[in-house]
Each structure stands twice: as structure tokens, then as C-alpha cells.
Design a protein around this ligand. Structure first.
Ligand SMILES: NC(=O)c1ccc[n+]([C@@H]2O[C@H](COP(=O)([O-])OP(=O)(O)OC[C@H]3O[C@@H](n4cnc5c(N)ncnc54)[C@H](O)[C@@H]3O)[C@@H](O)[C@H]2O)c1
Length: 332
């Protein structure tokens, strides 16, 4: 499988390093507007560096393209790549509006190419194991959950994260991980209620969301950009017979930090550093590539990614109006 990467910032580097170690996969090209970033990803993956992504496609003829670009660019690139008949792995969130996300899914289907959106939390071992335990009935019927995700305020190239019209803000960008995971766990969402604190004077955005599910379950989510500590994720899933808890600050695998292997421009990504295992991004990419190889359905579908965007937008609307919002009932 020949795969190319567009965008060599934080996520592009994680993809480059992981794909470089994957059997039967060749990273043929990496493209970034910034030459130094393309060169860095090329060095990590053995690919050829480009500053012009269209030239890369012409020269390298990849079968799959990974889109690791700022969120506001996802739709344009995914549609363009689908028109060329290329399979696409695109970072989350799929897009900033439900219309754009749905169009991406529809066009890829019509063009006969696969579209995968990188909702990586489903591939983190602790989350995956919690899902399996909760679904197997180990804690009885799972009824309630808390999810927390605290990180530094991401910057991205040209500070694009700070522009809500480009990143969508903390719910769309960060909390969407837990929105997707809790929807996987509890199913269809009935309504959401949200509030956001974003002082204009400081670099932080804090959001709380309550999700009410059709099956009666409730999930409370907290997302925090600008947290002055280690990237932290926590959850608690409560059932009729027990509880499953996780705190990334308490659970430690071997901690190996190498000076020349920074994750890129921001510390907004949590990658376990144990040398014994592949990280969640490796498992996610391997899974998507396997789906292309054998035509199987992914653990997280493009339709799931559209649903996550819809829920995130409903949360934004609730935070604006101070009212609960029914899913399917977004008015703007
Ligand atoms: N799954 C996760 O855990 C996770 C974590 C962080 C970010 N993300 C998502 O990944 C995406 C990328 O985020 P990031 O933090 O890596 O951003 P970033 O700003 O670090 O990197 C984006 C790169 O794209 C390049 N670029 C912009 N326009 C281009 C163009 N036309 N052609 C070629 N290169 C171009 C920029 O120069 C930059 O290097 C976002 O959608 C973000 O939400 C996901």
C-alpha cells in the first residue's frame, strides 16, 4: 500500500512515524507548505518531501492519502482526493458543519473510495477495554458516565486553533473524542445541554456537557483547553453492578522520553511511550488500512464521525442559548 501524507504538523508527524514502521506499507510522499516540516516528516518516514501536494500526488501515485491538515481545510481536500479516486484517512473532526461532513461521506461513497475519520480514542487500550467490559455486562447495565479531557491550549501553524471559525473550539476539537466514545458506548443521543467558559483575557476554554441518550443513559463531559498541567484524560463508567474508572495520571506504563522525538508543535496529544507496544494511532491506521485491503467495515465509520459533528454543534448551540438541544433539532 502506497500512502501519502498532506500536512506535516503535530498529527502529520505522528502518522509519518507510525506508518514508517508498518509492514507492507510505504510512505511514498509527504507534503507541507513549510519545507522544513515536509523535510522532517520525510526523514521520519523515508518518503520524498514536497511543498506542493498536487505535485506529490502526480509524482508518487499513492493509493491512500492521509489528511492531517487544519480542520477548516478537511472538506476541500477530501472532496478533491475523492474526485481523483484516492482512499482518504482524515483527522477528526470530519468538518466544521454537518452539511460539509455529510457531503464528504456522500462524495466518497459515490466515487467508490473509502473515507476514514481518525476518532482515535476507540483505539486507546484503556478506553477499548472499558468499552468491552461495559458492553459485556461486567458492571451490569451501564447507565452513567463521566469523561474529562484536559490539555494545553493548542496553537497549530499560524495559531489556527485560536480561530473558532477554523477549529470549532474546545467542544468540536477536543471534547469530540469523548462525544464519539460515549456515543459508541451508549448509542443514539436524545439531547444535550452545554456551557462554555472562555474569558477573552486569557488563553483558556472550558466546557461542560450533559448528554442524554435514547436508552436513558447520561454522560457528563468536561473539556479544557489551557490546562496548566500534564495532558490528562479521565473517565468513570457506572453500571447496575459496578464501576470502571480510569485516570491517565494514575495508570502508568513504562515511560520512555527521547530528546529528539518531540511530538511536534504542541503537547495536545497524548501518546503512551512504552517501547513494548504500538500506540493507539498505529492501531487506528493499521485498522483503516486493513479495511481498505479486505473491504471490511471500520470500528468507527464516516457516519459515526458525522454524528459526532452533529452532537458537537448541538452542544455549541446549547451553550449559546442556555437551553437543552434535541439531536436532529439544530436550528442554525
Ligand atoms: N486525533 C488526535 O488526537 C488529534 C490531535 C491533534 C490534532 N488533531 C487534528 O488533526 C488536524 C491537524 O492538526 P495539527 O495539530 O496537526 O495541526 P498543525 O497546525 O500542527 O499542522 C497542520 C499542517 O498543515 C500544513 N498545511 C496547511 N495548509 C496546507 C496546504 N494547503 N498544503 C500542505 N500543507 C498545509 C501546515 O503548514 C501545518 O504544518 C486537525 O484537524 C486537528 O483537529 C487530532
Amino acid at each position: 500500500m502506497k500512502i501519502a501524507i498532506i500536512g506535516c504538523g503535530t498529527m502529520g508527524m505522528i502518522y509519518a512515524r507510525n506508518l514508517a514502521t508498518m509492514p507492507d506499507v510505504q510512505v511514498c510522499g509527504v507534503a507541507d507548505l513549510i519545507q522544513g516540516r515536509a523535510d522532517r516528516a520525510a526523514q521520519a518516514s523515508g518518503a520524498t518531501a514536497y511543498t506542493d501536494w498536487e505535485e506529490m500526488i502526480k509524482q508518487e501515485q499513492p493509493e491512500i492519502v492521509a489528511v492531517c491538515l487544519p480542520t477548516y481545510l478537511h472538506k476541500t481536500f477530501v472532496l478533491n482526493l475523492a474526485e481523483r479516486g484516492l482512499h482518504v484517512i482524515c483527522e477528526k473532526p470530519a468538518a466544521l458543519t454537518l452539511e460539509d461532513a455529510t457531503e464528504m461521506e456522500t462524495v466518497c461513497r459515490e466515487k467508490g473510495v473509502r473515507l476514514f475519520i481518525g476518532h482515535v480514542v476507540r483505539f486507546f487500550p484503556n478506553y477499548r477495554d472499558a468499552y468491552k467490559n461495559a458492553k459485556s455486562g461486567r458492571i451490569g447495565e451501564a447507565k452513567m458516565a463521566h469523561f474529562k479531557r484536559f490539555g494545553s491550549y493548542p496553537k497549530g501553524v499560524d495559531m489556527w486553533y485560536h480561530d473558532r471559525t477554523k477549529s470549532g473550539g474546545v467542544i468540536m476539537d477536543l471534547m469530540i473524542h469523548d462525544i464519539d466514545f460515549s456515543s459508541w458506548l451508549f448509542g443514539d443521543v436524545e439531547s444535550v445541554y452545554a456551557s462554555i467558559t472562555k474569558p477573552s483575557s486569557s488563553e483558556m476554554e472550558y466546557a461542560q456537557v450533559t448528554m442524554k441518550f435514547v436508552n436513558g443513559a447520561i454522560a457528563n463531559l468536561t473539556g479544557f483547553w489551557g490546562y496548566p498541567g500534564e495532558f490528562t484524560t479521565q473517565f468513570e463508567i457506572s453500571g447496575t453492578d459496578g464501576i470502571i474508572r480510569f485516570d491517565s495520571n494514575q495508570v502508568q506504563s513504562l515511560d520512555v522520553k527521547r530528546v529528539h522525538e518531540s511530538t511536534g508543535e504542541s503537547s495536545a496529544v497524548q501518546v503512551p511511550s512504552s517501547p513494548m507496544v504500538h500506540d493507539a494511532y498505529y492501531h487506528e491506521l493499521q485498522h483503516f488500512i486493513d479495511c481498505i485491503r479486505d473491504g471490511s467495515e471500520p470500528i468507527v465509520s464516516a457516519a459515526d464521525a458525522c454524528r459526532a459533528v452533529e452532537i458537537a454543534l448541538a452542544c455549541e448551540q446549547s451553550a449559546k442559548t442556555g437551553q437543552p438541544v434535541r439531536i436532529g433539532g439544530i436550528t442554525s
